[in-house]
Ligand binder design. Structure first.
Ligand SMILES: C[S@@+](CC[C@H](N)C(=O)[O-])C[C@H]1O[C@@H](n2cnc3c(N)ncnc32)[C@H](O)[C@@H]1O
Length: 365
């Protein structure tokens, strides 16, 4: 097969930069977390590409591999864990390029392997999963990055991979084109079939009744989460030049730690907390200007929770997992409101800290 969009490699916008930073920051936390108790972990890149952009910027396979090779805990992880990188790419010239880039890194340490497959990722993974299911094997815990050009991602396959292992998925959901297909009034039967495969059935039809483009996107993400069978969906919207969502980068996991880590990473990559990246922004600029997050909505959220009944810090922290803000944001709001005597700890003596898990209630006015 041929790379259908070879010009992709000519540019390197803020969206690609953010995507790679997100992968790198997430893996910095994921490798030691999983590597501390698993005998083997996998990083699978289903649409690996050619390794480098024309301008020399590294693509996702190199980003992932180097994140591990440069990790402070690399040796500690490798003392008890095997780390396997699997890169799949169907265009042979991209594969050749990628092989050259991986070779240029030099000899990999013992217990690190990197296999590059020149195949259709979905065919290869489907055969693998079928084989595993027949033999009742389990895939090692894996982080799988699915980064196609189009929206045709077989939901059933991802669901089977997820249910077979402790895997987490990061998926590029090409929203503009997916939305166009959903809303197409003269949709040919093949396109309906593709949508049925993306959503594992025809439930997507209800999305057509939603007026707003971004709202349809949000509903789609929640639907994919349910159909692929994940407990947590965390996503960042990648905006095009018109400031509308061009695609989503969707993270799916069943684990609280995975959700928390992804939230942390998104705040690091998009410091204004908007959970979006803009194509036209200059990646370097984001480091120079670090906007202070607007925590007004978080204050309202806290007031709302405490108006129902007092809650402990730990309870609030658990509830906050559903929201976009981080624990540190909540604590800073709590401290401010406590100082302003708008909330108070109940039946509490000692140091007012997260560790002492105070029960918080609203001050009656
Ligand atoms: C968006 S690019 C990948 C970019 C890469 N993940 C990165 O961040 O550097 C998509 C790549 O997937 C390849 N591709 C498209 N469909 C594929 C499939 N079904 N199986 C394997 N590779 C595929 C294309 O040739 C292209 O190189």
């Amino acid at each position: 097969m041929k790379d259908k969009s070879p010009t992709y490699w000519n540019e390197y916008s803020n969206l690609q930069y953010t995507k790679h930073k997100l992968i790198s920051e997430y893996l910095k936390g994921w490798f030691p977390k999983l590597g501390s108790w698993c005998g083997k972990i996998l990083y699978i890149d289903t649409h690996a590409g050619r390794g480098k952009h024309i301008g020399g910027q590294e693509g996702s396979p190199l980003v992932a591999l180097k994140t591990f090779l440069e990790h402070t805990y690399k040796d500690k992880i490798l003392s008890k864990c095997e780390v396997k990188f699997i890169f799949i790419e169907w265009d042979e010239s991209n594969v050749d390029q990628l092989q050259g880039e991986v070779k240029a890194i030099g000899k990999l340490p013992q217990h690190v392997t990197c296999d590059i497959y020149s195949e259709d990722a979905f065919k290869l993974l489907s055969d693998l999963v079928k084989n595993f299911e027949i033999k009742n094997y389990r895939l090692a815990p894996c982080f799988m990055f699915v980064d196609p050009y189009g929206f045709n991602i077989p939901c059933d396959l991802l669901r089977r991979i997820k249910s077979n292992s402790r895997s987490e998925l990061l998926i590029t959901v090409i929203w503009r084109e997916l939305d166009m297909a959903i809303m197409n009034k003269n949709r040919p039967p093949e396109l309906t079939e593709t949508l049925n495969s993306v959503f594992n059935g025809n439930k997507w039809e209800v999305i057509q009744n939603i007026q707003d483009y971004e709202e349809r996107g949000e509903t789609t993400v929640q639907m994919l989460k349910t159909e692929i069978g994940a407990k947590w969906a965390t996503y960042i919207r990648m905006l095009g030049d018109n400031n509308k969502t061009r695609y989503f980068l969707l993270h799916l996991t069943d684990h609280e730690a995975g959700r928390d880590l992804m939230k942390d990473v998104i705040w690091k990559c998009c410091p204004n907390g908007g959970y979006f990246a803009r194509k036209r922004d200059d990646p370097k600029q984001q480091y120079l200007i670090k906007p202070i997050p607007d925590l007004k909505e978080l204050k309202e959220w806290l007031f709302c929770k405490l108006s129902i009944k007092p809650h402990t810090w730990e309870q609030l922290k658990d509830m906050l997992r559903e929201e976009i803000w981080l624990n540190k944001h909540l604590w800073s709001v709590i401290k401010e409101l406590e100082k302003n005597k708008q909330i108070e700890p109940s039946n509490f003596t000692g140091r007012f800290s997260q560790k002492s898990n105070p029960t918080l209630k609203l001050v009656k006015t």
